[in-house]
Design a binder for this molecule. Structure first.
Ligand code: PMP
Length: 406
């Protein structure tokens, strides 16, 4: 088996070969949003040049072609997740909208005293929608504790999963810590207690291909833009019987079967949850991103990504006062850190001057920042197109910054 050829892959991402602030761009902000391969850009461009028309309004040839391309993308997503049916694949604007949709759809099941179990390492997108529903229904949002290493505290999980728990919503991978949660066993335990499960896969899908049937989760959500696809679109996978039972999230065109002023009935799945003209080019772009990934050596990618993280971990000691936040045993290549005597936002600015893009701040995970007692962190998040040389460049830059400014 040939080794994963990162230089060949980088040629598929033209944005990477540019200079920023007079230096070659080193893009290490993939956790915020990943770059797009030419195959994705071409698919969207071709759609607008040759196919564009509204979908599901099939009175003419272009509308048919657009609908076919759009629905083929849904089938591609179904295959990626190994869902049973395309009826279970709902287009949303992203992870955030998908979680809001589910939270609203399940509100009818919640009563005062019921509990929604989340974790202390959730992104705000997997906290706030539940808080809003809790407010409406009298339910309560309960966080599972995290250990100092940044792993889920399983004792805390075991004691908090109880007869009041109705919904368990957990991130597959932490956007701050890189921790990979043992979701298969967590889901199994939650299901044994009759609890509904939602997995926030936003940070997982760029690194792993989840199998929703094997996992057995009720809902799995992600955003296209972190999976090397376009912004403005994401996916809600949900088990068909639950989606059938949930009320629509928004009303309008497309989501209805028949409308009259006396009585309106809903369209079948998945269209019941897709009011209005959808993001057609974006769906096609996501399909192209998944097809592109499918042509790469997934195993080789994983090995290469692990090598990036390992090299980064080895180099930490070369920067005096540098500390990693999140040292879980199972991690994707995401590195949150602080450097004694430096504010994270200054680290970000100084790295940017050297062409290195990272993210700083609270990463939409304020409860986790509070837990670690920091206002924010600096975070380097790697993708399969990053190189060991870029890891070296990051650390050379950090050494310089530490020497001059700490
Ligand atoms: N969950 C996690 C774990 C994330 O990392 C993000 C994006 N930072 C989101 C949810 C929200 O995704 P989006 O903004 O694309 O809806």
């Amino acid at each position: 088996q040939p080794a994963f050829d990162v230089e060949a892959v980088r040629r598929d991402f033209p944005i990477l070969s540019q200079q920023v602030n007079g230096k070659p761009l080193v893009y290490l902000d993939n956790g915020a949003s990943a770059q797009k391969a030419i195959a994705v850009l071409d698919a969207m461009d071709r759609y607008y040049r040759e196919l564009h028309s509204n979908v599901h309004r099939g009175a003419h040839t272009l509308a048919d072609r657009a609908t076919t391309a759009f629905e083929n993308a849904r089938e591609t997503v179904r295959g990626f997740l190994n869902a049973e049916s395309t009826r279970e694949i709902i287009w949303t604007r992203g992870t955030t909208e998908a979680i809001n949709l589910v939270a609203n759809g399940l509100a009818g099941r919640l009563q005062p005293g019921d509990e929604i179990l989340v974790s202390h390492m959730e992104h705000h997108a997997n906290i706030v929608p539940w808080q809003m529903i809790a407010e409406r229904t009298g339910a309560k949002v309960v966080p599972i504790q995290v250990t100092l290493e940044g792993e889920l505290d399983l004792d805390s999980f075991n004691s908090l999963l109880n007869e009041r728990t109705r919904i368990f919503a957990i991130t597959h991978v932490s956007n701050v810590l890189g921790t990979v949660n043992p979701i298969a066993s967590l889901i199994e335990q939650a299901k044994a207690k009759g609890v509904l499960t939602l997995v926030d896969g936003a940070q997982a899908v760029p690194h792993y291909q989840p199998d929703v049937q094997a996992l057995g989760c009720d809902f799995y959500v992600f955003s296209a833009h972190k999976l090397f696809g376009p912004t403005g679109i994401g996916v809600l996978y949900g088990k068909a019987p639950l989606l059938e039972e949930m009320p629509p999230y928004q009303g309008g065109g497309e989501m209805i079967e028949r409308v009259s002023f006396e009585r309106t009935t809903w369209n079948t799945l998945p269209y019941k949850f897709e009011a209005g003209t959808p993001a057609i080019a974006e769906a096609i772009g996501l399909g192209a991103a998944i097809d592109y990934l499918g042509r790469l050596d997934r195993h080789g990618m994983e090995v290469a990504e692990n090598a990036l993280l390992e090299r980064a971990n080895q180099l930490v000691e070369t920067v005096p006062g540098m500390e990693i936040i999140g040292t879980a045993k199972q991690k994707v290549p995401v590195m949150s850190f602080k450097i004694a005597g430096l504010h994270p936002s200054d680290v970000g600015t100084l790295l940017d001057q050297q062409g290195i893009a990272i993210r700083t701040g609270h990463h939409c995970a304020m409860p986790l920042m509070d837990f670690y007692g920091v206002p924010g962190t600096a975070r380097a998040s790697f993708a399969f197109y990053n190189t060991l040389d870029e890891v070296e460049q990051l650390f050379a830059a950090l050494q310089k910054i530490q020497r001059l400014f700490a």
